[in-house]
Ligand binder design. Structure first.
Ligand code: CA
Ligand code: CA
Length: 318
């Protein structure tokens, strides 16, 4: 019994989180439906059932995103550290509301490597990305070429880096011809446009990378939410096996701060560079799904919590 108790205490947390979230969700959705009802008055005459359901479903999906922003704001107000045992990390399962159903989840994107940071000439981030490529099975020489090509895709100029870069001279000669973005990536899927990034490689990288705006200081990697591959890529000398051990330990006791993380690294890691690391998260992807009558709506929103109230960077209706 003695040994069981801490385990049970740990398990109890997500359930409490779920209760809090469902309570918050109900409040937001009722408010959302009331707003939708008022909005309906002006267009009532030309509404057919399908369009009405579509509008209600959209409103419900928006409600789940408002809910997500509330949960994140509350979290920022009450905690200094972000980890996967917190209320925001609890998925809302399909939950009946009125004539429909909603579900949603928040994904932390600060536990990933931000591809857009590669445009800066920061050697640490370039090496982190190259280590990540190695971890998903890319050879060292190919990793160098891929990194050059990606940095050319992102940077503003049209001068190919040597030896592995590619700019408009290369892309315009392809079939079909295309142009490098010479700017930030918005979605990870855009990576397939960059020379050398096959759909298969992009699929292998996808769980570990993000395309976030903002400079390095906003997109430090949260060691409390990063998967083992990202930790191993982020810290030179940390093997994937050692990173997996750290994650098991993290599930029992979250890293209080970056110093705590450094202290718990294996002795094989000498003088870790912790500049790009954090125990807090700034960017979250909120996904809301709503069903109303005959309509289903899925909404994705990128939220920036650098101020306490999360702002919307972009939103997509799917
Ligand atoms: Ca937190
Ligand atoms: Ca360029």
């Amino acid at each position: 019994m003695q040994r069981l108790r801490p385990l049970l205490a740990h398990r109890a947390r997500p359930q409490k989180g779920a209760a809090v979230i469902l309570a918050l969700l109900t409040v937001t959705l009722v408010a959302g439906l009331a707003a939708a009802a008022v909005g309906d008055l002006g267009v009532a005459m030309d509404q057919i059932i399908g369009r009405h359901d579509q509008a209600q479903a959209r409103q419900l999906a928006r409600g789940t995103v408002d809910w997500a922003r509330n949960v994140l704001a509350e979290d920022a107000r009450t905690t200094q550290v972000d980890h996967l045992g917190e209320a925001w990390a609890v998925k809302v399962p399909p939950t009946p509301v009125e004539e429909g159903e909603v579900s949603g989840e928040l994904q932390d994107l600060s536990g990933r490597i931000n591809l857009n940071n590669l445009v800066q000439a920061d050697i640490l981030e370039v090496q982190q990305f190259q280590r990540l490529l190695g971890l998903v099975g890319v050879s060292d020489s190919e990793a160098l070429t891929l990194t050059d090509a990606l940095r050319d895709w992102l940077d503003a100029d049209d001068e190919p880096r040597l030896p592995g870069g590619a700019e408009s001279s290369w892309y315009s000669a392809q079939t079909p011809a295309r142009r490098p973005a010479n700017g930030a990536l918005v979605a990870v899927s855009e990576l397939t446009q960059v020379r050398g990034f096959s759909p298969d490689l992009v699929a292998r990288l996808s769980p570990f990378v993000a395309t976030l705006p903002g400079g390095t200081s906003n997109t430090r990697i949260n060691v409390n939410t990063a998967p083992a591959e990202v930790l191993a890529a982020a810290v030179e000398g940390l093997s994937l096996d050692a990173a997996r051990v750290l994650i098991v330990q993290r599930n029992r006791a979250w890293f209080k701060d970056v110093a705590d993380f450094s202290a718990r690294l294996p002795s094989s890691v000498q003088n870790p560079d912790t500049n790009g690391l954090a125990t807090t998260s700034t960017y979250f992807l909120a996904t809301g799904r709503a069903l109303f009558g005959v309509s289903m709506v899925r909404m994705e929103v990128l939220l920036d919590r650098s101020q306490n109230w999360p702002t919307i960077v972009w939103q997509k209706l799917l």
